[in-house]
Design a protein around this ligand. Sequence first.
Ligand code: B12
Length: 240
Amino acid sequence: MNNQELLDKIAYNVIQGNLNVKYPGHNLRLKGQPGVIELMQKALNQNIDLKEIIVESLAKPMDEVIEKYETDDYLAPHVLISAKCVGVAMDMLAPDLEETGIMQPKFVIAVVKGDCHEIGAKYVAMMLKGVGYKTINLGSNVSANRIAETVKNHKAAYVGLSAFYAPARGEMEHVITKLEAWGIRDEVKVVIGGAATSDQFAEQIGADAYCENALQVPEMLKNLDNWSGFAGAELNKKAA
Ligand code: B12
């Protein structure tokens, strides 16, 4: 298979959600066929340019998947399965990306202290990885101190806070206060979500955005002033 055929094949498998030979995603005709993981390995072995892989085989098909969702051709699980494929592919590229100095924007996500509902944040993390973000999911019941510390240490561009249990949501404000106290509030966008939160609550605590569900993540990111596409489009720009 030549490079172009391989790039196209990875893109097709992202759209079909075919992760690997054992897990065919939503297109059962691909059962037993090599999926994104096997094809990515091939692309790495063939030394295809990293940016070309990202743009042609991951970013463009992921855009197509989101478009299919917007036009009702795909449902939420289809999008999340494709996002999972892209996330795994980006993880496979990570060591080489680091070596060549290509940076993915970093997104720290956590369920705040006092709240154990972690399922929603997991979907959001999957979606974030699917649109090219280096995502650090700290899990549930995480203190404001640990969240702020992670943002600081990783120089994260975004922090996502989740709360489903209403008594815990006040912790979100503590995170923001901590970021302010450490002088890093202006360097990070704070996004909140989960059943205990709302647009109004985001405004009340001084968060930058509220997001209703994982599928709204690309739209939410677009509305924040420093977003312009997959992985903040930094990779697309350099490849153009
Ligand atoms: C599953 C569940 C649990 C499980 C959690 C398992 C786990 N490992 O996560 C268990 C059984 C452990 C549990 C425990 C409790 N639960 Co409970 N639980 C639920 C339930 C049924 C579903 C929540 C869920 O995971 N939904 C699935 C996700 C995918 O839903 P989603 O909203 O679509 O998620 C999207 C958005 O929220 C958004 N999002 C979420 N976070 C973020 C973050 C960012 C940054 C962004 C951008 C977006 C985003 O994106 C998500 C993905 O699309 C809800 C009821 C309900 N129907 O919602 C109650 C519910 C949340 N629980 C509730 C309660 C009261 C409790 C307990 C206190 C019960 C008890 N007495 O012990 C404890 C909590 C203890 C604690 N301190 O946290 C209440 C909360 C009420 C309130 N107003 O506070 C609810 C609403 C049930 C109810 N109607 O009373 N619970």
